[in-house]
Design a protein around this ligand. Sequence first.
Ligand SMILES: *Cc1c(COP(=O)(O)O)cnc(C)c1O
Length: 377
Amino acid sequence: MKDERIYLSLSQESGYEQEYIQRALKSNWITSGGPNVDEFENELQNYFENENFVAVSNSGTSAIHLALILLDVKAGDEVICQSMTFSASANPILYQNANPIFVDSEVDTWNICPENLEIAIKDRIEKGKKPKAIIAVHLYGMPYKVDEIHSIADKYEISIIEDSAEALGSSYKGKKCGSFGAFGILSFNGNKIITTSSGGALIAKSKEIKEKAIFYATQSKDAAVHYQHSEVGYNYRMSNICAGIGLGQMKILEKNISLRQANHSFYKEIFKDIENVKFFDNLNVDFFSNYWLNAILLETEEQKESLRLAFNEFNIESRPLWKPMHLQPIFEKYPYYGNKVAEELFERGLCLPSGASLTDKDKNRIKEVIINFFECI
Ligand SMILES: *Cc1c(COP(=O)(O)O)cnc(C)c1O
């Protein structure tokens, strides 16, 4: 009989979710918004040291869209976006009929490259348009070079939307990812650090902006006894049932992060003895990745693919890194500033199973495949 499949990143319950879901059902708050939503927002605000204001939404993608709306991104505007990311970082730019401008990664954190970012900003200004916003991503939980990126953004007075979908629990110089930008966003999709089955959050800098986000997320209802609307509205609010799952998940947030750290140590130990494989790790003590996913860089694209197939033969999922946005059919017509860092990462990089639910038995199976693979070459 075949062993059970080991997935890249699976969610797991804390056991407390049922209680909060029941509470919502019993009190007839089977709605979008409600007491669980308020409580979940409060817990998240607490987590961000009450220096930020959190509005939860029905996905991380809708949170990015709300951030763009709140930054007044309109048709024809330009928004800079890290090319090496999941498409959800960039799609909301198109929802606004704005134009994405893609920027390459640097080799240390695999995130947006400061040099190319500045080249892009200067060139866009020269061409007649200053970008309205920058979407920077903490890929696989690894903080981007916060000081460098934010000092460039400050210099040109451009707001940053910090895509922390994968980085809940990560920090840079001791400060939590999600709290650096004009806006941060989180995702509670099923494969992220904690889940609400589907959901997200917008992290804002004031109560007024948080309330404006909720206004847009609940169909832009003007203050009137009847339904009156003077702006476009969206149905983006989190449901009270999903927020109940989120409250249950908050109880295992710290545990999930430490389990991901343990997975990282497990891989680090294996790869320290394997030559010519670069293991993705914190650059220095300023960086604290939650290690949402562990990843390696192999020597060639062929080697990456044969390792992926070797894992697959033993029913273990592994996956190439994100295919850069400027190489995607939907985005390839937009400007791109960079060398070939993101391309190379895509060609030679592989993500390894990193879920909080990996057992010792799973780890043994994974280790065996890796050891056998590298002994054969
Ligand atoms: C998951 C993810 C998102 C989107 O979040 P959803 O909740 O799935 O909409 C955005 N950006 C990145 C980098 C992600 O990994």
